[in-house]
Write a protein that binds this ligand. Structure first.
Ligand SMILES: Nc1ncnc2c1ncn2[C@@H]1O[C@H](COP(=O)(O)OP(=O)(O)OP(=O)(O)O)[C@@H](O)[C@H]1O
Ligand SMILES: [Mg+2]
Length: 352
């Protein structure tokens, strides 16, 4: 099972430019989480802080009992081996072919034989759909292939924690759909803790167990997917619907006067060019490709979420209860063992 990451009060600035402050969240072991946020809110800085490439001003980031903000360089080096990271730009070495790029962490961090390295590298290239491309240089392949090569390289050390910075950027919608499935399949196969930064609404709605959002230098929310997918919080709703109407502006946040003006414009029936369809609501989560093992995180997450159910907003609670199977309902004591047709009092009262 993947490692848990516990972040408390993490704060980061560059000189006098505050990036975000007091970020606290836990990535539950083996679950998939997505971090959303407008451009420039510090998502990449957040990922780099989690692996100790950037040093936060204060706060803790605890992995397997080690706080990587304050630990020694030697400890940090150890903890970093738990991570597989796909950087936003892919970060491939331009002069090395894909095989050598993907083999790099193995040659750097292990004493494996070249035969063993070859087996692992070809396996990861196969997993990410790059079989046959191992002799190509990064400059000779498409952006999507480079992303996948970056992902293959992130996987070679059997990471317990995988960080992916915009794995879908530059991919067409079909490739993004395959990538979404790949991330879920990967989670089913290795049970790693995964954090994905993305702007892709569809991926955010269908892949993760948990969703979070950074805005205005703060973590606005982080929690089970049902919480954000049903949220009335203006910035979350705006983002998930991809609308102009709302607190997020082109370059930075809008002020109250501008928001009021735009709302009046919309109320007068003017479209902002986005679909009127409200994309909020709990949509089914992707499941592993048939033939693969079940995701072990699913049961753990259900138990975890049911324990905190009473603390969640009504709409999220309803979404969670609606997604339970009959067996789950029995397990959590929500219904009598024999199903009573059309009696669903949780739906009526919102209580469970
Ligand atoms: N090493 C650095 N030194 C100084 N400022 C930095 C550094 N890295 C990032 N920043 C600043 O931190 C802010 C957040 O950058 P970051 O790349 O984390 O945003 P982001 O949320 O990942 O955006 P995007 O969605 O466009 O990738 C930006 O204003 C950026 O200029
Ligand atoms: Mg970024």
């Amino acid at each position: 099972m993947g490692a848990e990451v516990v972040i408390e009060g993490l704060t980061k600035s560059f000189g006098n430019q505050a990036i975000w402050r007091d970020v606290s969240l836990s990535l539950p072991p083996g679950e998939v989480s997505v971090m959303l946020g407008p451009s420039g809110t510090g998502k990449s800085v957040f990922l780099k802080s989690m692996i100790g490439l950037l040093k936060p001003d204060r706060g803790r980031c605890v992995i397997n009992g080690v706080d990587i903000v304050t630990c020694s360089e030697a400890k940090l080096y150890e903890v970093r081996k738990l991570f597989g990271v796909l950087f936003q730009d892919g970060a491939l070495f331009g002069s090395m072919n894909l095989f050598d790029n993907v083999a790099f962490p193995l040659r750097e961090h292990t004493r494996k034989s070249e035969a063993e390295i070859k087996r692992i590298v070809l396996d990861k290239l196969d997993l990410t759909g790059l079989q046959g491309a191992e002799r190509k240089l990064p400059g000779e392949i498409s952006g999507g292939m480079r992303k996948r090569a970056g992902l293959a390289r992130a996987l070679v050390l059997d990471p317990e924690i995988i960080l992916c910075d915009e794995p879908d950027s530059g991919l067409d919608p079909v490739r993004t759909a395959y990538l979404s499935q790949l991330l879920i399949d990967l989670n089913a196969q290795i049970d790693a803790t995964i954090l994905i930064v993305t702007h892709n609404i569809n991926l955010a709605r269908t892949v993760p167990d948990n969703l979070g959002m950074l805005f205005r230098k703060e973590l606005v929310m982080f929690g089970p997917r049902e919480v954000l997918l049903t949220s009335d919080e203006p910035v979350v709703a705006q983002f998930l619907n991809g609308r102009r109407l709302g607190p997020i502006g082109m370059s930075e946040e809008k002020d109250a006067a501008q928001m009021a003006q735009e709302e009046a414009h919309a109320a007068a029936g003017h479209s902002d060019g986005s679909s009127d369809e409200d994309l909020r609501g709990v949509v089914p989560q992707l499941e592993p490709t048939p033939g693969l093992p079940e995701r072990q995180a699913v049961r753990r997450r259900k138990d975890r979420v049911m324990r905190i159910l009473h603390t969640l907003p009504d709409a999220a609670r309803q979404g969670i209860v609606d997604s339970l199977t009959q067996d789950d309902r029995i397990r959590y004591g929500l219904t009598a063992p024999t199903p009573r047709p059309r009696v669903d009092d949780t739906r009526e009262t919102g209580r469970v």
